[in-house]
Design a protein around this ligand. Structure first.
Ligand code: MOS
Length: 733
């Protein structure tokens, strides 16, 4: 059975999705359905003085802050974002009110006729402005949504005795999720209850937000997941706001109300990956051994806190990467700016940190005259080592095996030695990243906040229904969770039922985030299935529930950030090969390889899909996906000018999975969804560093940046001579 579970199963949702039979939110029919359009702030920061509405025809309504019966704050962590602006707006696109009615064309005309008078206030638009102060703070007294400091060992002393110190500043931009299906939600008021149907990741997050917004008891609120066309973290928090909108509109109009965001609107107003600025400083001794790392992480949280503090925590705990560095100091903060709020996106803060760290160490090794892999290999973490937060790596850390596999697949060593200007007149390079992803919630999130509960229901006909709140959005749980239950019951996957979750029917097994679904929820389902199997003959119909219990050896103190930040880690190695055009500086990723330890793969084909999708999305993040903010507005707001990777931009990915079963995961599984994304950008950055022998400090890596860098280097003779001039470039110490 344990061997069989890895074998590819036919994906439960594949036939309906690929044939067009799946009904998404926009396809659902509701009697007397009304539509809603959103009046949004055109100002980055302003007081609303006055809103003048055109005359509304009969059957048309407005819905705004005064129609929120409970608390006009979207429940997240800090509860600072209003469902509808009250007297102030803090970012371009902030919702002010809804226009609701039967005809979308009429709504569009009415929306264009609304006049808002603002008193403009001085906005905080950049990290520098948020840090500098001098303007009225947007959050607290210092614009910091969160501000952390962690240290290990004695970094100060280590820097004093270092043989050399290197520093660098790394920046990364916004990333848009670009899910296939834009955000959408329908609210229905019926018999004093509100039901919301939506494209979303976290039914219970949405429900909790509605309970607070409506000020109603839980029994009167229900959230139903509808087949979701992609999410990547983008449907982790924004749906809670959107659900409030359709709920309040349904309550006021007594009609079902649907909002489906237009693509441009979706890009402009929903959360993005946090732009980051990360400063790193490393100390090495006379034997090129890493003594210390000092890091300062600054993330742009946008106008409201949302999930930013936990994104920052994951970003912080990603340092010092996969290396045993005895002395580390990390300062981390996320700042408030009058820009679109940033939030969850595959990797959740760790991609920014791994880009900075891996790129820095790659360049450091090159400056030391070492092959980066040799340098990194001397510092790899092993089982039993202590993490930044004082946790212990209890499971096998099979990085040597992963590196060996990635080298074998890619031909890394040989290609690395031939990197640079080649006979075809182009620059060729190859780079490697080594990384991890902490599986499931950070810190004590699973134990203290989520407290997942799952159920299985045996029906009289012998079929078994999975009762969880976790959602299929393309990543595979409709198949993987069924496989786990079927395998534990020793039955056929077709006898397992798993309906789209409805909070009126399923317990709160937690959100579908943090690479936790298979490991945590699947783990509980496996336990439930084993119990159900043992008790199978008791009754014709039977329910078994299981509640999360932390593995006994894991401990965490949230106040001091000490202990095991994650119950376990998934590990990865990625290699990218690039070709840089010597005239246009166009970067082509000509090869990509990887090796991953996700525990036992519950379905090799689904994990392969996650690997290929994650690497493709990461290559886009590394080289293509430019999103700039100017005066509080995003310049790229369509899929014509925000370019994501297509099949023409990505090479074939060859990769291997190293199956090391995790004792507390179902059939040995850990998390797999986010991991492959994390290492892609640093592998590409390292490849560009190897090709041009110039430091990369910013993603996406754009031809114009390379052109500017290489012009300088050519002038100084660095590029032509290979390693020669690189000592001077980007050296601050
Ligand atoms: Mo995710 S980025 O944990 O939805």
């Amino acid at each position: 059975m344990n061997d069989r579970i890895e074998h590819r199963a036919e994906r439960v949702d594949a036939a309906d999705k690929s044939s067009g039979r799946t009904r998404y939110l926009a396809d659902l029919e509701f009697p007397d359905l009304l539509f809603a359009l959103t009046l949004r702030s055109e100002k980055a920061r302003a007081k609303i003085l006055d809103i003048r509405l055109p005359g509304l025809p009969p059957g048309y309504w407005t819905v705004g802050a005064t129609d929120v019966p409970g608390t006009n704050r979207v429940h997240m962590i800090g509860d600072d974002q209003p469902f509808f602006a009250e007297d102030r707006v803090n970012y371009i696109g902030e919702p002010i009110l809804l226009l609701v009615g039967p005809e979308p064309e009429v709504l569009a005309r009415l929306l264009a006729g609304i006049e808002v008078r603002y008193e403009e206030l001085d906005p905080i638009l950049t990290l520098a402005e948020a840090e500098r102060g001098g303007k009225e703070p947007l959050y607290g007294s210092d614009n910091r949504f969160a501000d952390y400091h962690l240290s290990k060992g004695d970094p100060e002393e280590a820097f004093r005795r270092a043989a050399r110190v290197d520093s660098g500043e790394y920046s990364s931009g916004y990333q848009e999720h670009a899910y296939l299906e834009p955000q959408g939600m329908v609210g229905v008021y019926e018999e004093e209850r509100i039901s919301v149907f939506g494209s979303l990741q976290c039914p219970y997050y949405v429900k909790t937000a509605l309970v607070q917004g409506l000020g109603w008891p839980e029994e009167r609120v229900r959230v139903v997941h509808v087949p979701t066309g992609g999410a990547f973290g983008g449907k982790e928090d924004y749906p809670s706001l959107l659900a409030g909108h359709v709920a309040f509109a349904a309550l006021k109009t007594r009609h079902p109300v649907r909002i489906v965001l237009d693509r441009r609107e979706d890009i402009r107003v929903t959360t993005k990956r946090h732009p980051a600025r990360i400063r790193l400083k490393t100390a090495v001794d006379a034997n090129n051994r890493l003594l210390a790392l000092e890091a300062e992480i600054t993330l742009d949280g946008g106008a409201y806190a949302g999930l930013s503090e936990v994104v920052l925590q994951r970003g912080m705990f990603a340092l010092p990467g996969v290396y045993a560095i005895p002395n580390v100091e990390v300062r981390a903060r996320v700042l408030a700016t009058n820009t679109v709020p940033t939030g969850a996106f595959r990797g959740f803060g760790s991609p920014q940190s791994f880009f900075a760290l891996e790129t820095h160490l790659d360049w450091l090794a090159r400056r030391l005259g070492e092959e980066p892999l040799d340098f990194k290999q001397r510092h790899l973490l092993v089982r039993g080592d202590t993490t930044l937060t004082g946790g212990t790596l209890r499971q096998e850390v099979n990085l040597p095996e992963l590196i060996e596999a990635a080298c074998r697949l890619s031909g890394y060593r040989e290609k690395a030695s031939g990197a640079g200007l080649q006979s075809d007149g182009a620059y060729h390079g190859i780079g490697m990243s080594i990384f991890f992803h902490g599986c499931a919630f950070t810190g004590s999130g699973e134990k203290d906040k989520i407290k997942a509960r799952v159920g299985l229901r045996k029906l009289a006909d012998g079929r078994v229904e999975i009762l969880v709140a976790n959602t299929e959005m393309g990543q595979g749980p409709q198949t993987t969770l069924r496989k786990i239950v079927a395998a534990a019951l020793d039955t056929d996957i077709r006898r397992i039922i798993y309906n789209d979750p409805d909070t009126a029917r399923v317990p709160d097994s937690g959100p579908t985030v943090a690479s936790r679904t298979v490991m945590i929820v699947g783990g509980l389902l496996e336990q439930a299935a084993r119990e159900l199997k043992a008790r199978w003959q008791e009754q014709p119909e039977l329910e078994v529930f299981k509640q999360y219990r932390q593995p006994p050896d894991v401990s965490w103190d949230q106040a001091s950030f000490s202990g095991d930040a994650y119950p376990t880690y998934a590990w990865g190695v990625e290699v990218a090969e690039v070709k840089v055009d010597p005239v246009t500086f166009d970067i082509s990723v000509t090869g990509a390889w990887g090796a991953f330890d996700v525990g036992r793969a519950i379905d090799t084909q689904i994990v392969r899909g996650q690997v290929e999708g994650g690497m493709a999305q990461g290559l886009g993040y590394a080289t293509l996906e430019v999103m700039e903010q100017e005066q509080g507005a995003l310049r790229q707001d369509t899929l014509t000018d925000y370019i994501i990777a297509t099949s023409k931009d990505v090479p074939n990915f060859a990769h291997e999975l190293v199956n090391t079963p995790y004792e507390h995961g179902p059939f040995g599984a850990k998390g797999a969804g986010e991991l492959p994304f994390v290492g892609a950008a640093p592998a590409v950055a390292a490849a560009v560093q190897s090709a041009l022998r110039l430091p990369v400090t910013r993603i996406p890596i754009r031809p114009e940046t390379l052109h500017a860098l290489t012009s300088g280097a050519l002038a100084s003779g660095a590029l032509a001579s290979g390693t020669g001039g690189s000592e001077e470039v980007g050296d601050e110490d």
